[in-house]
Unconditional design. Sequence first.
Length: 283
Amino acid sequence: MKESLKSIICKKCIRIILMAFLLLFTVTSVYPLIWLVFFSFKSNQEIFGGNIMGPPQIWQVKNYENALLGGKVLGYLGNSVLVAVVVIVVSTILISMVAYAVTRMRWKLRGAAYWFFMAGLTIPIHATLLPLFILFKKINILNTPLAIVIPYIVFALPFGIMVLGNHYATVPYEMEEAACIDGCNIYQTFFRVILPLVRPALATIAIFTFLSSWNELMFAMTFISDEKYKTLTVGIQSLAGMYYTEWGPIGAGMVVATFPVLLIYILLSKQVQNAILAGAVKG
């Protein structure tokens, strides 16, 4: 009786310690976001006057007005959304077709083609910065949206093909054979039978493509200098002055840039987890 009572007390103590640890971990993970919101409503005097971590004493709502209108963050946000949408749509179409060709279809060089795309996973994205700059300058697309859209699409292909190829491998070949018997050609089989079965995988690929294109800075900063084409990550940097900087509007711009990413994680966290597992588990 005494031993069982001791074991119950010990389990409760362990549970309390574990819950306290998880609570502390949650607070330390979430507070930076809360701090960023507080920061976006503060003035320079309050930021550098000792109230660094706490809520603002005077809520400077004008910081958002200065960032969105005066700092052109609204225009930068529109550019980022446009680039992200184009990259997601084009890369998803290419990934779905290429992955189908190299994993489901039978042709001589499909293995070489698959590993050609997989080799892209070994190339650091920013190692291509200088070669791409020279290439884009020669073909005269520097300082246009194409200069960042093309690299974002190309570097989305290897990971997407790997993830979607693993999902294609789980689809029985009998389904394609049944579609052929019913009179479907290869395109009808692909769009009406295969794609609906891998829709969750397409969603996860779209999520990761969005996150990578939304947060990317080096390509956007190097290839785009025209104010009207700048994306949000680059535009926020331009809010900093040479001699004096209002940090509140910069914080407001960072909140605007963070909100879409946070919303996607909240609404589609399961899809993000599936994307990670899909690359590790086959069949």
